[in-house]
Design a protein around this ligand. Structure first.
Ligand SMILES: *Cc1c(COP(=O)(O)O)cnc(C)c1O
Length: 386
């Protein structure tokens, strides 16, 4: 990408071959959920070692179906970080349940056993840790904790396609929801994948994604199976199209290449930012657990005290100088609706609030080059020198 033009913070990487493959699906006579979706589910399982998978129109839809399948509603509590995308918390609230926020570790930006434990009580029905920025949550102590209390654990791996924890890909065990939104490490335009080693839960999700029928349209029309399929329970409409699934298949084939590129760019950022005291990358250098980072995001924390500059001003300067950036995330409990309804006191989630004020995601996507990284760092130095 030319550094003369605006450098966005993210950009999907889609080749002409992938566009051709999608065009072939458009010409094929079958464009909604069908053979490509089934193939994508199977290839995704092979990639991450998942037991089985259901492709969906989004990860948010997956969270909605999960809450429905677990019959979570009024009187129930769901523990998740406030440092997450709003979709999870919105779905919890729309189900009638109450979100309970676990604080994060300030340096990893992820929940820990220690931050989750005080949130648990008799009403807790579900714990949703969030794998952050391409790193992995330290799952082992959290799995033990959930088991001890008999609480369901479901991982939000929207940032974690290709991430490994203790030698295993995220998705290879337990119940895990992935996202293929355009900024994620691989995309289907919009889409998600629900993986689980709980066969009964997975089959519920498969049925709920398509009206609660026993079989979907492709099964009925193409395979000639049971055109009399009937509603087992009222379901939703969160199925993935074969158009999206073909893009997913092509992207999955390139995922390792994408991750290698992201890793190279992230390592270049870390090296070039090392001598800027006011910028603290979320680089997680002292891992206490074994993992492979998939570098979904490159997040830095601005020293707002030393620079006497707000993060928002810093982002506006970057924008003026041709560099896009993002915030992952503005803490959910600090946003209008949740401020008014949950009414959590400032200071109740100290590490979340500390990061929420300081974080900024710098450009990171596979078609960037190392010169773009150097440009971003040069611009940051320029901003901080004023
Ligand atoms: C993107 C994202 C989601 C939602 O994914 P969609 O596919 O857009 O619904 C959920 N959680 C986190 C942490 C995310 O970043």
């Amino acid at each position: 990408m030319s550094t003369e033009t605006f450098l966005p913070f993210s950009r999907p990487e889609i080749s002409e071959d992938e566009i051709k493959a999608v065009a072939d699906v458009l010409r094929s006579g079958w464009i909604t959920t069908g053979p490509k979706t089934a193939e994508f589910e199977q290839k995704f399982c092979e990639y991450c070692g998942a037991h089985s998978a259901v492709a969906l129109s989004s990860a948010t839809g997956g969270m909605h179906l999960l809450l429905k399948a677990l019959a979570i509603g009024p009187g129930d509590e769901v523990v998740t970080p406030s440092m997450t995308w709003v979709s999870t918390v919105n779905m919890i609230v729309l189900s009638g349940a109450t979100p309970v926020f676990a604080d994060i570790d300030r340096e990893t930006m992820m929940v820990t056993r220690e931050t989750i434990e005080p949130c648990l009580n008799q009403r807790t029905k579900l714990i949703v840790p969030v794998h952050f920025a391409g790193a992995s949550v330290q799952m082992k102590p959290i799995r033990k904790l959930a088991k001890k209390h008999g609480i369901t654990l479901v991982e939000d791996a929207a940032h974690g396609v290709g991430t490994e924890y203790m030698g295993e890909k995220i998705g290879s065990r337990g119940t895990v929801i992935f996202s293929f939104h355009p900024i994620k490490n691989m995309t289907t335009g919009e889409g998600g994948m629900f993986c689980s080693d709980d066969r009964r839960l997975l089959e519920r999700i498969r049925s709920l994604r398509f009206h609660g029928l026993g079989v979907d349209a492709h099964d009925r029309i193409q395979q000639g199976r049971s055109p009399q399929a009937e509603v087992l329970e009222p379901g939703y409409k969160y199925n993935m199209t074969d158009i999206a699934a073909q893009l997913g298949l092509s992207q999955l084939a390139r995922l390792e290449e994408f991750i290698a590129r992201r890793t190279e760019l992230a390592q270049r950022y870390i090296r070039l930012l090392a001598d800027i005291d006011e910028i603290n990358p979320l680089e997680l250098p002292r891992w206490a657990w074994d993992m492979r980072h998939s570098w979904h995001l490159f997040i830095v924390r601005l020293d707002i005290d030393a620079t006497n500059m707000s993060r928002d001003t810093f982002m506006a300067r970057l924008q003026q100088l041709g560099i896009g950036s993002g915030i992952h995330f503005r803490a959910v409990h600090e946003q209008k609706y949740y401020l008014e309804t949950l009414n959590l006191k400032a200071g109740s989630l100290p590490a979340t609030e500390w990061n929420s004020k300081r974080i900024c995601s710098l450009p990171l996507f596979p078609s960037m080059n190392v010169r773009d990284v150097a440009t971003v760092v040069r611009v940051i130095k320029e901003i901080l020198s004023k």
